[in-house]
Design a protein around this ligand. Structure first.
Ligand SMILES: [Zn+2]
Length: 454
């Protein structure tokens, strides 16, 4: 039996030729040492202990020498200097062009912080020796995961399906009768409340199989990974459970990668029942939704990867003298007084915007496709679900997966209609109203170009 399998594999490898569509996947541990500053909240937390490890997970896709790379980090997001350094290392070590590499973060709130060049760096102490040691080591670890994935390239078939996970994600912005401003993250709705927008229940599933055996999956869902809470223990949050279960159930050796969808305003806090689902419950619900969709996986007709990437210049917000003075005053007292998340977020955003007003607000939009039926879009921020849904709907591809917090981050990216309703995500948005729509417009243009084979 084993001999037969061996000869079978040998036969396959001999007969794999250059024009095959190939995929390789790998993961490299990026769990920080104790004492590393964590991200996700407006306060300092030094890590102490590990609930579950963090990874840089990579899928390399190749045909006829053209590569496309999807890397997802179990981190709160990505920052440009780390992305640039990682792309450079990948180019040098793997011979893959930097702009063929998409690097995104899952948005776990229980992982290390990365420097953002704002007051946030002082609040989280990310520029302390343990914080910098972590950041400086990260690009090489990302390149390592790409190197390992590339070394494992095998001929594959690709297939895709869409699952549905209803009732686990919630639009965290609420409109209350008679109130102008949106309410943020209520515990439970009152009869006067209704969600300010939709959710996206779709679970995107992209599977790669070599000789019928799953070797890599790329999974996509829109919900903030905040279920572990604001403690000091490291965790990949629900994406860690979700990807682990999908691999365990289908092939323990498979690398399952989770890309965070457009979840800027989507949380797991269930204000209908008042229940808070655990990390395990959320990850299991998504793995179950994936399993339910598994029999509907449809094979994709693959072609050589096509990649487009564009830097978009967005307009920064503008503020009144009064708002600026108030922010400066609060910043001066930030380390001695408690202000709450929303005023802290607003102050950080105003002062960053003032300090960088002569710097362009750059946002990279990237698209990768290797089939007429499916494309992967990346956007650099915490994108509101309305924008993600609009992009999926208008996309010329049957299935469009979206990785947010990719290739850097400009923070929250609300849809235009949300700006006048205010509250947390709006006061922390760097771009003026319309920025999100501009990103969607550019993504659609790139999708159209790729679809047309340009
Ligand atoms: Zn967030």
């Amino acid at each position: 039996m084993f001999t037969r399998l061996f000869f079978c594999l040998l036969f396959l490898s001999i007969h794999a030729h250059a024009s095959d569509f190939r995929v390789g996947a790998a993961k490299v541990d990026i769990t920080p040492k104790d004492g590393t500053p964590l991200g996700g909240f407006y306060r300092f937390r030094g890590s102490a202990g590990v609930l579950d490890p963090l990874y840089a997970k990579t899928i390399v896709v190749e045909k006829d020498g053209v590569h496309a790379v999807m890397v997802v980090l179990d981190l709160s997001g990505t920052v440009r200097p780390v992305v640039a350094a990682a792309r450079k290392a990948i180019q040098e070590q793997c011979g893959i062009e930097g702009d063929h590499v998409m690097i995104s973060g899952t948005h776990t709130h229980s992982g290390p912080q990365q420097p953002r060049g704002s007051l946030m760096d002082d609040i989280t102490k990310v520029n302390s020796p343990p914080g910098l040691a972590y950041i400086n080591a990260l690009p090489a670890l990302i390149a390592q995961s790409v190197k390992e994935a590339k070394a494992k390239l095998v001929p594959v078939t690709a297939s895709a399906a869409v699952g549905k996970a209803e009732g686990i994600s919630f639009n965290r912005r609420i409109l209350r009768e008679g109130q102008q401003q949106a309410i943020w993250q209520p515990q439970k709705l009152t009869p006067k409340d209704r969600p300010a927008g939709p959710v996206d229940p779709e679970v995107g599933v992209l599977l790669f199989e070599a000789a019928g055996k799953p070797v890599a999956s790329f999974l996509n869902f829109a919900m903030h990974p905040t279920s572990v809470g604001g403690g000091v223990k490291i965790s990949a949050d629900y994406p860690g459970v979700f990807t682990k279960l999908v691999s365990e159930r289908h092939n323990a050796d498979m690398i399952s990668v989770f890309a965070s969808g457009c979840c800027g305003n989507i949380n797991h806090g269930d204000y209908i029942t008042g229940k808070r689902r655990t990390t395990l419950e959320l990850g299991t619900a998504l793995a179950d939704a994936t399993d339910a969709a598994w029999p509907t996986l449809q094979q994709l007709k693959t072609f050589q990867p096509r990649i487009r990437s564009q830097q978009v210049t967005l307009k920064r917000r503008t503020y009144t003298e009064e708002q600026i003075a108030k922010a400066k005053d609060m910043a001066a007292n930030m380390f001695t007084k408690e202000f709450g998340t929303v005023p802290m977020a607003e102050t950080v955003c105003i002062l960053e915007t003032i300090a960088k007003q002569n710097e362009p607000l750059l946002a990279e939009v990237q698209v990768i496709a290797f089939s007429h039926e499916l494309a992967i879009v990346s956007l650099p921020g915490e994108i509101f679900v309305e924008l993600g849904l609009a992009l999926k709907k208008a996309s010329p591809f049957k299935r469009t997966l979206i990785a947010e917090l990719a290739n850097g981050s400009i923070g929250y990216v609300p849809n235009r209609e949300a700006y006048p309703l205010g509250n947390y995500e709006i006061v922390s948005a760097r771009g003026e109203a319309g920025s999100g729509e501009k990103l969607v417009e550019v993504a659609l243009k790139l999708l159209g170009e790729i679809k047309a084979g340009q």
